[in-house]
Design a protein around this ligand. Structure first.
Ligand code: HEM
Length: 402
């Protein structure tokens, strides 16, 4: 089994934190491939991760490094991934980010608070009325962020199960391309083409209508970038926040003394959200970067064209940065985690995710003070997705056991 396969082992999520600890101690710049160049490296220490994410010597655009691409760029559907702001460097990155940044500033996002609370309340009522067992992921943690991002963009939220399928396929492609991949990407782009036509005919007060205007103006956004932007916002807008809500509740269930503290003192909720982000980071790894030059990186020779990945989860459990890093502590001080990344690609949606996470926890614990893991159900399992950490399902009981 080579080094990369070790990382892909099906039970990797369960043993990941032990693996990271070993790498931080013995092999912090971990070679994921040991054959011919270009090499692949996994960076596991907090300080190194921040340095990597900030450095201009590591870039996103492979085409600057490799003279001919693999031909996939001919495929209009795969162009989606090459024009995302997350996958490009300045000046394109700066231009794309500037277009949407105003809609995700903390001040603008704060105005969504009443609507997010309303959506959470509606979901909680449906949970209460359910006759079948409640799954915190399917019944709450998934619908909340997808409804919010859909409304912000102007996408019908009734279609959310389609996005869920398409997003899952796209995110899983970081592990292995499934047969569904091309089909689902095609379905996603065709869906958006229709939606864009409707919105061009009848623009509304939503982000997609504004982006379409930008595209028509022609200078700020081209057609491929428009598709990429919407796909990125839909995927990033919910694949991650569902995990924030699910993982933080799971960590609280695993640590009853911390759950008790939060219930007794709701002022601790924002701290619990930050600790959830650090302890079970919803995004396990940064997206890919490539070395733009030969360099020595903390004792390892990294060559131009090498592939480099930051382990966000490992950085967030680094004992050199966090006291008792493996303890879940909702009152933790100086919690400077890197769950939202660092540098120019720092998460655009961080204020939204934080707000959704706080509202979700507050509403859940307020409505169901006795909520606990359903002990009669199968134990929760991590989704076997390389890039993310999130539970497949989280069966809960809402009332005290009798
Ligand atoms: C708990 C929830 C979230 C987590 C943990 C998270 C995490 C991250 C991380 C780690 C990055 C940087 C990746 C890298 O540098 O390789 C990132 C970027 C990004 N995130 Fe999030 N994210 C969350 C929620 C959201 C939401 C709600 C949105 C919705 C709009 C969003 C939109 C984005 C975008 C657009 C980028 C790319 C920014 C850029 O390239 O400048 N994220 N996120």
């Amino acid at each position: 089994m080579n080094q990369m396969e070790t990382l892909y082992k099906s039970n990797f999520k369960t043993g990941a934190y032990d693996f990271y600890e070993q790498q931080r101690l013995h092999n912090p710049i971990f070679p994921m491939s040991d054959t011919r160049p270009p090499h692949s490296w996994l960076i596991t220490k907090y300080d190194h991760v921040k340095e990597l994410l900030k450095s201009t010597s590591f870039i996103k655009d492979q085409s600057k490094l490799f003279s001919s691409s693999n031909g996939e760029t001919e495929n209009v559907n795969l162009n989606i991934f090459e024009n995302m702001m997350l996958d490009v460097d300045p000046p394109d990155h700066t231009r794309l980010r500037k277009l949407v940044q105003p809609y995700f500033n903390p001040k603008t996002i704060k105005q969504l608070e009443p609507r997010i609370s309303q959506i959470a309340d509606d979901l909680l009522i449906q949970m209460k009325e359910k006759s079948s067992p409640v799954d915190l992921i399917d019944d709450f943690a998934f619908p909340l962020p997808i409804i919010v991002i859909s409304e912000l963009l102007g996408v019908p939220s009734e279609d959310r199960d389609k996005f869920r399928k398409w997003s899952h396929t796209i995110v899983a492609a970081s592990d292995n391309m499934t047969a569904d991949f091309t089909e689902d990407v095609q379905a996603f782009t065709s869906y958006l083409t229709q939606l864009f036509e409707q919105k061009r005919a009848c623009p509304e007060e939503d982000l997609i209508s504004r982006l379409l205007q930008n595209e028509e103006d022609g200078e700020q956004l081209n057609r491929d970038e428009l598709y990429s932007m919407v796909v990125l916002l839909i995927i990033a807008g919910h694949e991650t926040t569902v995990n924030l809500i699910g993982n933080t509740m799971f960590a609280l269930f695993e640590h009853p003394n911390q759950l008790k503290k939060v219930k007794e003192n709701p002022a601790l909720i924002p701290g619990a959200v930050e600790e959830g982000l650090r302890y079970y980071s919803p995004v396990d790894f940064s997206t890919a970067r490539w070395a733009d030059e030969d360099m020595d990186f903390h004792g390892k020779t990294i060559q131009r064209g090498d592939f480099v990945l930051a382990s966000i989860s490992s950085a967030n459990r680094d004992e050199e940065k966090f006291d008792h890093a493996d303890q879940f502590d909702v009152s933790r001080r100086r919690n400077a985690h890197v769950a939202f990344g660092y540098g120019i690609h720092f998460c655009l949606g961080a204020p939204l995710a934080r707000l959704e996470g706080s509202i979700a926890l507050e509403k859940l614990l307020n409505s169901f003070p006795d909520i606990h893991i359903d002990l009669d159900a199968e134990p929760p399992e991590w989704r076997p997705v390389f890039l993310l950490r999130g539970l497949n399902s989280l069966p809960v009981a809402l009332k005290k056991p009798v």
